[in-house]
Design a protein around this ligand. Structure first.
Ligand SMILES: Nc1ncnc2c1ncn2[C@@H]1O[C@H](COP(=O)(O)OP(=O)(O)OP(=O)(O)O)[C@@H](O)[C@H]1O
Ligand SMILES: [Mg+2]
Length: 310
């Protein structure tokens, strides 16, 4: 099956005055339909840049990025015309940002906030009412539907933001640090809600975060380092006799504690055969800017070059 998102050798260069900032330098990433992916990495590593490109808010400079959305032909985000990109962003993508001010309109009620994108898209009132109600129920805020932003807690505001992001029935849900301003308990609740929405509506979901707990809430975490995907952590549910979706749901319901997870971290090898050796390993093994590779029975040995005394 075609992946939902395919990024190959993705490059983004920002030009600021005379300076060029290379925000993404040959990033490879594949995301399957319905997958929930976490993206982590140091500040400035290119996480938001990647998300903005995938959401059609910004254009890549070079490389490939193709999205096989729902009920639409594949869209090549490098080559799409401005109107194709607009249509893609409005119909296929939902965003949740860190700052609630960017997600919601303060003087509207929760219900009005959720209905607004549908009004703008010309959805009929009957359908609008039904879908707004379903979404506010789904995020657990039906009782608070008449409340305005200031009358809701930070966590509740992010719940409304998730409902707003889903108003246009997107296929792709993107979150740029959606739990960044929340305490850790509320952050876990929001991650659990995103997981629930991902499963219920079959949404492909990508969450950028600094939250170290993210690996427990998603299928896979990729680490971006210097504008490239450098490693991947895949969660395995330890008890293989349990259907993994049920196990994950049970774990979510019980605050992640019910199921033993094991995490396997992989280093990503890109299409050109390049990989990144994490800085701590490099230091530990005394690896400089040259190594030798040796084929062994179990794999390939990366050996530092001995400093010669002469
Ligand atoms: N609009 C822009 N103009 C110029 N440079 C930019 C722009 N946006 C991002 N950059 C630069 O691109 C690089 C990647 O930025 P990006 O915002 O993607 O990082 P990030 O991983 O999201 O960081 P953070 O965790 O701090 O949000 C940085 O060096 C940043 O300064
Ligand atoms: Mg960012």
């Amino acid at each position: 099956m075609e992946p939902f998102i395919l990024c190959e050798n993705l490059v983004k260069i920002y030009k600021v005055a005379e300076l060029e900032v290379v925000a993404l330098q040959g990033l490879d990433l594949t995301v399957q339909a319905g997958e929930m992916l976490g993206v982590v990495g140091a500040s400035g590593s290119g996480k938001s840049t990647l998300l903005n490109i995938l959401g059609g808010l910004d254009r890549p400079s070079a490389g490939q990025v193709v999205v096989n959305g729902r009920n639409q032909p594949p869209i090549n985000l490098l080559k799409a015309t401005p109107s194709e990109l607009d249509a893609y962003r409005h119909r296929q993508v939902g965003f949740v940002w860190q700052q609630t001010a960017r997600n919601l309109i303060p003087y509207l009620s929760a219900l009005e906030n959720v209905a607004l994108p549908m009004t703008l898209a010309g959805v009929g009132w009957r359908q609008k009412r039904a879908w707004s109600e379903e979404l506010l129920q789904a995020v657990g805020l039906w009782e608070h539907r008449q409340h305005r932003l200031a009358q809701l807690s930070g966590g509740q505001q992010q719940r409304v933001a998730i409902a707003v992001a889903l108003a246009n029935k997107p296929a792709l849900l993107l979150g740029d640090e959606p739990t960044g301003e929340l305490d850790s308990v509320t952050a876990q609740e929001i991650l659990a809600l995103l997981r629930e929405m991902n499963a219920r509506y079959g949404l492909t979901t990508i969450i950028v975060t600094h939250d170290p707990q993210i690996a427990r809430a998603v299928d896979r975490v990729v680490t971006i380092r210097d504008g490239r995907t450098s490693s991947e952590t895949v969660r395995r549910v330890a008890d293989t006799s349990v259907n993994s979706v049920q196990a994950v749901e049970a774990a979510l319901a019980e605050g992640f504690t019910a199921v033993a997870h094991t995490f396997e971290e992989y280093v990503v090898v890109d299409a050109a055969g390049r990989l990144q050796i994490p800085p701590d390993l490099r230091q530990e093994a005394n690896i400089g800017d040259r190594v030798t590779l040796e084929a062994m029975e179990q794999g390939v040995l990366i050996r530092p070059i001995k400093e010669s005394d002469d």
